[in-house]
Design a protein around this ligand. Structure first.
Ligand code: HEC
Length: 133
C-alpha cells in the first residue's frame, strides 16, 4: 500500500512543472532561463545546456551530488569550505561566487563551476529561490 502511494506521488510530481511562470530564480536553476557562462581562464561561452545549475547541484542534501547542495542550511552555515576559514553566504557573496568563482573566505573554486555573467536582478531572484524555505 505504502509503495503504491509513493509511486503515485512520484508519478504525479514528475509530470509537474518545477517552476511557476513568474519565478525567475527557479527558471535559472532549471535552465529554462539561460545565463551566459564560461569556464575560468576561458572566454568562450559554454553551450546553454551545460550551464544549468541542476546539472551539477541539488536543492536537497544528497550524497550523490557532484557539487555542493544548494540548500539554505548549506549556504547559511558558518562552515569551512575548501579548507578555508569558516564562512557563510549572503546575497553579495553568492553573486560574487557565481561571477568570479571566489567564495566568502576568498578561496577560489574548482574550474568545474562556471563563471556566470548574471545581472543583479537575476542573481537576486536566484538567491531568493535557493534560500526561501
Ligand atoms: C558544470 C557543473 C556546475 C554547474 C552547471 C554549476 N555549478 Fe556551482 N559548483 C560546481 C562545483 C564542482 C562546485 C564546487 C567547487 C569547489 O568546491 O571548488 C560549485 C560550487 C558552487 C557554489 C559554492 C558552494 C560552496 O561550497 O561554497 C555555489 C553557490 C554554486 N556552485 C552555485 C551554482 C549556481 C547557482 C549554478 C547555476 C547558475 C551553478 N552553481 C552551476 C559545479 C557546477
Amino acid at each position: 500500500m505504502l509503495a503504491l502511494a509513493l509511486l503515485g506521488v512520484s508519478g504525479s510530481s514528475k509530470a509537474a512543472e518545477p517552476c511557476s511562470s513568474s519565478d525567475v530564480g527557479c527558471a535559472i536553476f532549471y535552465g529554462k532561463r539561460a545565463v551566459p557562462a564560461e569556464l575560468r581562464d576561458d572566454n568562450r561561452l559554454l553551450p546553454g545546456a551545460t550551464t544549468r545549475c541542476v546539472n551539477c547541484h541539488t536543492r536537497t542534501a544528497s550524497p550523490d551530488s557532484f557539487a555542493p547542495p544548494l540548500t539554505p542550511g548549506y549556504l547559511f552555515a558558518a562552515a569551512s569550505r575548501r579548507g578555508g576559514p569558516a564562512s557563510s553566504y549572503d546575497e553579495p557573496a553568492f553573486c560574487r561566487v557565481l561571477r568570479e568563482g571566489i567564495d566568502p573566505a576568498d578561496v577560489m573554486l574548482r574550474k568545474a563551476m562556471p563563471h556566470y555573467r548574471i545581472s543583479d536582478p537575476d542573481c537576486k531572484a536566484l538567491w531568493h529561490f535557493l534560500t526561501q524555505p
